[in-house]
Design a protein around this ligand. Structure first.
Ligand SMILES: *Cc1c(COP(=O)(O)O)cnc(C)c1O
Length: 481
């Protein structure tokens, strides 16, 4: 999907695919939307799909698959051991990453479990540009510590830095000098999930690997969001502009010791696994696969998933294919900026992120602005996003609230799923909401589980603000949905 110029001057991304299977969607009236979010305890994880028009909760396991992926699923080789499907997948990984060994796992976090159980001990320090929820959970469960080394620009909401996911190399070097003996490996998340799908540059990735290898330690890449990162390296980095996607991928993988991924994102399928260059490292992790995942030639995945993944990985090497996500996200982000709506910039991968702190400054952090905005966006448009703010944090041991450093509402754009008119609709409803932002109030917990409260917790609005929002919608939109 290269940026194709329009004669009449319009500047929109053009799809280089056509839609051949569709799923019917409903858009329920605003009154029902207000009722549905109340039934869901103002928690978008608890909404039912039948009440949702645009599901922008996540990009995980919900990307569109290609005709070739679906066809490959029909010829999968179902056998417990020695499946030809597994051989095809391993060969594809060898072709792309030049890795000789592959350990399958049922999804990304299962790969993280295996890595953590093999390399993390009590007191270990795992440096990384930024953490991901499941990564951190596995490391801390085993008594390890996560050290985040992303550049300062990485956590600024508004920026024009092209690679906000980069490591601060000086801090990495200092950490090795001070506590290098406690570091078993360094984890590179390319691209980053929790700071808005922001990428790292090829130069930074190579520099990190060189430092880590100089200290004799391992470099591990979390490649779950690599497809977006490859696109950004190709389009934003001078030294990579003449390299093909395949060449960029090889430049990266040659520097890594281990590459793991969630195939719910990378490869437009489901499942996951760990690709490894070195036999000794492979043998250190191998026995954990049959113990926790399944036998070595399926690792908890169905053979159909593995066939889809092999084809999806091949399609990831196609610049047209991996451009769709970032270009749609850029379109949505740039339009919202143009309309004055506060968002994370520059546009990254994964989705568009609204900045709840500036969207509704009247809502105090103790009343969960990102959660309140998630409820309001659903009421305004039947659009489901994911709270990425204080609700997603855990309380301190003394019971006090741990306020998040940023309050974001993530609106994910699963790859090749939404049309541009649907994205325009989302922009329109968000702009309407922004013009009525004074109506939005906060939330308070009525049911708060002690762990993973963002998944299961239930909240109420602190006032009748949602009724007022519904009335304003009716006034402006008449009979319209
Ligand atoms: C989604 C994700 C994971 C976890 O993968 P699952 O398949 O959901 O278990 C790990 N790291 C990153 C960067 C991710 O985006």
């Amino acid at each position: 999907m290269p940026e194709i110029q329009f004669y009449t001057g319009e500047n929109i991304p053009l799809e280089l695919h056509k839609v051949r299977i569709v799923q019917k969607l409903d858009l329920v009236p605003v009154e029902r939307r207000a009722e549905a979010i109340a039934e869901a305890g103002n928690n978008t994880f608890l909404l039912k799909n039948k009440d949702i028009y645009l599901d922008m909760l996540t990009d995980s396991g919900v990307n569109a698959m290609s005709d070739r992926q679906l066809a490959a699923m029909m010829v999968a080789d179902d056998s417990y051991a020695g499946s030809a499907t597994f051989t095809r997948l391993t060969d594809k990984l060898k072709e792309i990453f030049d890795t000789d060994y592959f350990l399958p796992a049922h999804q990304g976090r299962a790969a993280e479990n295996i890595l953590a159980m093999t390399f993390v001990q009590k007191g270990s320090i795992i440096p990384m540009n930024y953490h991901f929820t499941t990564t951190k959970a596995h490391i801390t469960r085993l008594g390890g510590y996560v050290e985040e080394l992303v550049i300062d620009e990485g956590i600024k909401i508004e920026s024009d830095h092209p690679f906000k996911g980069n490591f601060d190399l000086e801090r990495l070097e200092d950490l090795f000098k001070e506590k290098g003996d406690r570091i078993p490996f360094v984890r590179i998340e390319a691209g980053t999930n929790l700071i808005g799908g922001q990428p790292l540059s090829l130069e930074n990735i190579e520099a990190v690997a060189d430092i880590v290898h100089r200290y004799g330690k391992l470099v591990v890449m979390d490649a779950s969001l690599l497809q977006d990162n490859l696109y950004f390296i190709k389009t934003r980095e001078e030294k990579a502009k003449d390299l093909s996607i395949r060449e960029i991928t090889r430049r990266i993988s040659d520097k890594m010791d281990i590459i793991y991924f969630s195939a719910r994102k990378l490869g437009f399928a489901r499942g996951g696994g760990i690709a490894i260059h070195d036999k000794e490292l492979y043998l250190r992790m191998r026995e954990l696969v049959p113990m926790f995942e399944g036998f070595l030639t399926y690792g908890g995945m169905s053979v159909r998933e593995m066939e889809a993944m092999a084809v999806g990985l091949e399609e990831t090497m196609d610049f047209d294919v991996i451009s769709q996500g970032p270009l749609f996200i850029k379109y949505m982000t740039d339009e919202l900026v143009r309309l004055g709506v506060p968002v994370v910039t520059p546009a990254g991968g994964l989705g568009c992120h609204l900045d709840a702190t500036r969207f509704i400054p009247q809502v105090r952090q103790e009343e969960y602005p990102a959660g309140a905005l998630a409820a309001a966006v659903y009421i305004a448009g039947g659009i489901r996003g994911m709270e990425r703010g204080t609700i997603s944090e855990q309380r301190e041991e003394d019971g006090s609230e741990h306020l998040a450093s940023v309050e974001l509402l993530r609106l994910a754009l699963p790859r090749r799923v939404f049309t541009l008119s649907q994205v325009k609709y989302a922009i329109d409803r968000i702009k309407w909401l922004y013009d009525h932002r004074d109506l939005i109030g906060g939330l308070r917990f009525v049911e708060e589980p002690s762990s993973l409260r963002f998944f299961f917790g239930r909240l109420d609005p602190v006032s009748d603000w949602q009724d007022r929002l519904v009335r304003a919608f009716r006034k402006d939109f008449g009979e319209s949905l």
